[in-house]
Ligand binder design. Structure first.
Ligand code: AP5
Length: 223
């Protein structure tokens, strides 16, 4: 199974991916997480991409395509994977098509998590993340039991630098300009499912699950 999670920042892609991982043993390739990890470890690529990530700009396509091409060739990706936050430009989508042609792979479905601007801003400004295990919290919708401490690992919970109001606005602008055109691109390929992502996590997850079953990508029991 190869699926893409597409949608604005704050649509809940990362949250739904975590839910899906509870049922399916399949790797998630989240370019945002890969980049933040590289920045934290101060690797060569981390130093290059930092200025884009913290200001809400997109990292240049050539870096992203290289990261993704290397990652999908790893052993754990042979049975499939989920892309979260990639591709994000037409150029990345076309680059992915080229790589997939070479590797004889195809995209099963693109899930577009459609969300209103008000909800995005409310979710993102209240998002908090564990610095140790990456668990996502939300001050409104799902806070940790003890303020600033992760329920799962005891790590410190922080606000992402790019979740400050001004940067959220920038990310939304970039999304509308660069990423939204991918909806038409994949609709044209006839592989796009739009999911209304304004509701609660459980109902969004159920819509995704039912559609995966309907498309025969998974069986009802998740196998
Ligand atoms: P990335 O990390 O991919 O960020 P994003 O796409 O902006 O997505 P988010 O992580 O903000 O949102 P999400 O949809 O995953 O929401 P979440 O589930 O956390 O990218 C960061 C940066 O890296 C980019 O700006 C760019 O610089 C760079 N980058 C990454 N990929 C790139 C690429 N391909 N090309 C170029 N540059 C790239 O949910 C948000 C909050 O809402 C959480 O608190 C959660 O608890 C809550 N929540 C979620 N769902 C619900 C719900 N249904 N109800 C209530 N609360 C909810």
């Amino acid at each position: 199974m190869i699926v893409i999670f597409l949608g604005p920042p704050g649509a809940g892609k990362g949250t739904i991916v975590s839910e899906l991982r509870k049922h399916l043993d399949i790797p998630v390739i989240a370019t945002g997480d890969i980049l933040r990890n590289a920045i934290k470890k101060e690797t060569d690529i981390g130093k290059v991409v930092k200025k884009y990530v913290i200001t809400g700009e997109l990292v240049p396509d050539e870096h992203i395509l290289k990261i993704v091409e290397n990652r999908i060739k790893e052993d754990d990706c042979t049975e499939g994977f989920i892309f979260d936050g990639f591709p994000r430009t037409l150029n990345q989508a076309q680059g992915l098509d080229t790589v997939f042609n070479k590797l004889n792979k195809h995209i099963d479905q693109v899930f577009y998590f459609d969300t209103s601007k008000d909800i995005i801003i409310k979710r993102l400004s209240a998002r908090r993340v564990c610095t140790k295990c990456g668990t996502i919290y939300n001050l409104y919708y799902g806070p940790s039991n003890i303020a600033d401490i992760c329920d799962k690992c005891g790590g410190k919970i922080i606000q992402r630098e790019d979740d400050k109001e001004e940067i959220i606005k920038k990310r939304l602008e970039v999304y509308n300009q660069e990423t939204l055109p991918l909806v038409d691109y994949y609709q044209g390929e006839n592989i796009l499912t739009k999911i209304d992502a304004n509701g609660d996590v459980k109902s969004i997850f159920m819509k995704l699950w039912d559609r995966l079953v309907e498309l025969d990508i998974i069986r009802k029991d998740g196998s």
